[in-house]
Design a protein around this ligand. Structure first.
Ligand code: PFF
Length: 468
């Protein structure tokens, strides 16, 4: 029942959908709290360098693999490697990673829908101090019923969106909702910066203290670069498979990376100006935004409405990301196993719900069950963001740089690209037309993917385990 593979309605549709995948809990919930735990500005510098040197080249590579093969992650590796069993396993690893991430992603997304309803009930009106807000958050997340119900509701919503398919589901919702989210975040950042004491938050975000950097911090920053851009497991391969050959890979990739990074920084400003203006601890962990922002809303005129809108949009941002994870799994079973889309979506979403239950309970009943001082939730997060995604990214770089090779990769990249792509980047920059023999954008990209990205990822892995 293969039919014709759907395409995005336009490049713009792809950019918004891929930005919908990239922008999610990673930017608004996770980035501020891990930046807070790992020293602020210096961590952010490492994260930005990772995006630039590793994230962008790999993003382009995933789009190439997806567009060239027009297949799901497993099929794509299989086809482009001429059926190599090793590369098929790398594809399956992507599907495994999607399950791991979704399992705990659903939980946090559930908290945010739960908080949307708390806003509607007027709960934020009671949060006159951050302590009151934190106690409330602690109570809610330790209630098994509260947490699992919202987790289930979130899973059901993502099933609904994936049901509707690529254009009518994913693309339509992303187009509508992403811009509203951006506007509200910018407003919060401006508001936070005007608060008394807010400038300490800006200093925390932008003045690096290099002493806080070590191997573990670098690994977390690199892992987050992958997580936030949805890289390393085939989400962008899968979205790229709905790309047409007239779409411009390079500019689409740059747009998505720019939007994602911009939104994370704006979210960081919104949150840290508020954290510091209230004299709160930036290393508060996963509850950070749930403790801080409702207290800020409480103090703002009309804040309750803002709070409601904020958690609604956060839930939607989470939804467009969860949908891309679910699409990785779905497209594999639909392409390869001839199962109906509806059946696959329901079954796989339900499995992610089940394996997410221990993560959901990590803040309540299972709080004391820890391995290496990590709860089940933390383990799923660490395993996926800091091991599976950078590991998957390393393999993608090796695949394009060494297996698929220069000629085919460059041909694939050039299709749909514009003229300046082929000219010498330095001369193009100076406005002169010098035909590129060696230093075209494509060649520079290839050097990054063949040498720089794999070497850097390997070094970060070695440093994080103390070998160098
Ligand atoms: N990029 C998403 C976020 O920042 O919330 C999370 C994510 C989505 C990770 C899709 C990986 C993925 F394939």
């Amino acid at each position: 029942m293969k039919g014709k593979r759907e395409n995005w309605g336009s490049s713009f549709g792809f950019i918004l959908a891929a930005a919908g995948s990239a922008v999610g809990l990673g930017n608004i919930w996770k980035f501020p709290y891990i930046a807070g735990e790992n020293g602020g500005a210096a961590f952010i510098v490492v994260y930005l360098i990772s995006i630039l040197l590793i994230g962008i080249p790999i993003f382009i590579s995933e789009l190439i693999i997806g567009r060239k093969s027009q297949l799901n992650v497993v099929g794509a590796y299989k086809k482009l490697s001429n059926n190599s069993p090793f590369w098929s396993i790398v594809g399956y690893m992507g599907i495994f990673t999607a399950f791991v991430i979704l399992s705990y992603y659903n939980v946090v997304a559930g908290w945010s829908i739960g908080y949307f309803f708390e806003g509607l009930k007027g709960t934020f009106n009671d949060f006159t101090t951050v302590e009151l807000a934190s106690n409330y958050f602690g109570n809610q997340t330790s209630s098994t019923f509260w947490i699992i119900s919202w987790q289930l509701i979130f899973v059901a919503l993502s099933v609904y969106v994936v049901f509707s398919g690529v254009r009518k589901g994913i693309e339509k919702y992303s187009k509508l909702l992403m811009p509203i989210l951006l506007i509200i975040l910018i407003f919060l950042a401006v508001w936070g910066s005007s608060l008394k004491g807010g400038s300490a938050g800006l200093a925390f975000l932008f003045k690096p203290n290099w002493g806080s950097i070590n191997g573990k911090v670098i690994l977390i920053a690199l892992g987050h670069a992958f997580f936030t851009l949805s890289l390393g497991m085939g989400a962008i391969i899968t979205y790229g498979s709905y790309f047409s050959k007239d779409d411009n890979i390079l500019t689409s990739a740059l747009w998505v990376v720019f939007l994602d990074t911009f939104i994370a920084i704006v979210a960081g400003i919104a949150i840290f100006t508020s954290v510091f203006s209230m004299g709160f601890n930036p290393a508060d962990g996963p509850g950070l935004i749930f403790n801080i922002l409702p207290t800020v809303f409480n103090k703002m005129p009309g804040g309750n409405i803002f709070g409601i809108l904020f958690f609604l949009l956060l839930s939607i941002a989470a939804l467009t990301s969860a949908v891309s994870l679910l699409e990785v799994i779905t497209s594999y079973f639909v392409d390869n196993k001839n199962y109906s889309r509806h059946r696959v979506v329901i079954i796989s979403a339900f499995i992610t719900f089940l394996i997410g239950i221990p993560s959901a309970m990590s803040f309540g009943l299972l709080k004391d069950y820890q391995i290496f001082q990590k709860s089940f939730f933390d383990i799923m997060d660490f395993l996926s963001a800091n091991i599976l995604l950078p590991g998957g990214g390393l393999l993608i770089a090796i695949f394009i740089g060494w297996k698929y090779g220069y000629k085919k990769s460059l041909d694939a990249l050039e299709s749909g690209s514009n003229e300046w792509f082929k000219s010498n980047i330095f001369f193009a920059f100076l406005g002169k037309k010098v035909p590129a023999k060696k230093l075209s954008i494509g060649n520079v990209w290839f050097i990054f993917i063949r040498f720089i990205a794999p070497v850097l990822i390997t070094l970060v892995f070695l440093k994080s385990i103390g070998i160098i």
